[in-house]
Design a protein around this ligand. Structure first.
Ligand SMILES: Nc1ncnc2c1ncn2[C@@H]1O[C@H](COP(=O)(O)OP(=O)(O)OP(=O)(O)O)[C@@H](O)[C@H]1O
Ligand SMILES: [Mg+2]
Length: 287
């Protein structure tokens, strides 16, 4: 294992912040998930869970390059394959600058790959126009970033209701759903507090509730505990494990935190633009 992959201290990530600021409140509701036509393709994708009947998220030969100021191409992703099953948590580790945030953005349809394609909740993004891509992202993907990006003028309850209201859910059912989710993350007694009146851990748990408001098939998290103390990080990690299992969401989490990686079903190392299995989890045993 590359010793650079883990770092228990806080990290900064401007890329994630920008993305969160532009999309976090824009999730939308969708009807209950139906199994998509992802099964066969999921089985074929490298990195698929053994025996997974279907995948909620697939990546097929993803490439991503950026053109630098000098015109030179920087290859960040160089052929990423991945399939994530419902209820599965996949951790991605790797050195700073390896492309983890870039990969998460492409997986979540915040950004397009240079080559290759993803299948989200059974729908291929290949060829989708921007508005269709945004609609798919809004109904099928929840994001949690290192910083919560809650709207400061609104209570925790209102923040969690926001994506539901944007999606056209009436106030009463939106409130009921938000209350249920906040209870689920242990914040029943704090739901009328604004973000500034919440602890860092409570803010981040509110962000998790917001990410799950629309019942997404996929939950993506980029250094979600990077800004939390040990106790709050542990509580958040436990929550991810529970929610992934109980809600059958497929989760991909980028983390430098060993304890979070240890809870994942698989840990993959992003190295040289590709994902490779690693035994980075505490206790090993990674397939
Ligand atoms: N929009 C962009 N334009 C040009 N280069 C970019 C862009 N976004 C990221 N990069 C570059 O791509 C590489 C991967 O960046 P990325 O943010 O994905 O890394 P990371 O693995 O998430 O790192 P960290 O652990 O520090 O968050 C870096 O060299 C970065 O400078
Ligand atoms: Mg990053």
């Amino acid at each position: 294992m590359d010793g650079d992959a883990f770092d228990d201290g806080p990290m900064t990530d401007g890329l994630s912040e920008q993305a969160a600021a532009s999309v976090a409140p824009a999730n939308a509701v969708h009807p209950p998930r139906a199994p998509g036509p992802a099964g066969a393709a999921a089985g074929a994708a490298a990195g698929s869970a053994v025996g997974a009947p279907l995948a909620v998220l697939e990546a097929h030969d993803l490439w991503k390059s950026y053109r630098g100021g000098d015109g030179a191409l920087l290859a960040v992703l160089s052929g990423v394959d991945l399939a994530v099953a419902p209820g599965e948590m996949v951790a991605i580790v790797g050195a700073s600058g390896a492309g983890k945030s870039t990969l998460l953005h492409v997986l979540g349809a915040l950004d397009r790959p240079t080559r290759g394609y993803t299948v989200i909740a059974g729908q291929s993004v290949a060829g989708l126009a921007d508005d269709a891509l945004a609609a798919l992202r809004n109904r099928a993907v929840g994001f949690v970033f290192q910083f919560h990006h809650l709207l400061r003028e609104f209570s925790a309850l209102e923040n969690v209701m926001m994506p539901l209201r944007i999606a056209g859910v009436a106030p009463a059912p939106a409130q009921a759903r938000a209350e249920e989710l906040l209870a689920r993350v242990g914040l029943s007694s704090r739901m009328h507090h604004r973000p500034a009146e919440l602890s860092g851990g409570e803010q981040q748990r509110t962000a998790v509730a917001r990410a799950l408001a629309v019942d997404p098939a996929v939950l993506l998290a980029d250094e979600p505990s990077g800004n939390l103390d040990h106790a709050n990080a542990e509580r958040l990690h436990e929550l991810f494990a529970e929610l992934t299992r109980d809600l059958e969401v497929g989760m991909v989490v980028v983390t430098h935190n060993r304890s979070l990686a240890a809870r994942a079903h698989r840990v993959l190392l992003l190295d040289g633009g590709r994902l490779v299995p690693t035994d980075a989890r505490a206790g090993g045993g990674v397939a």
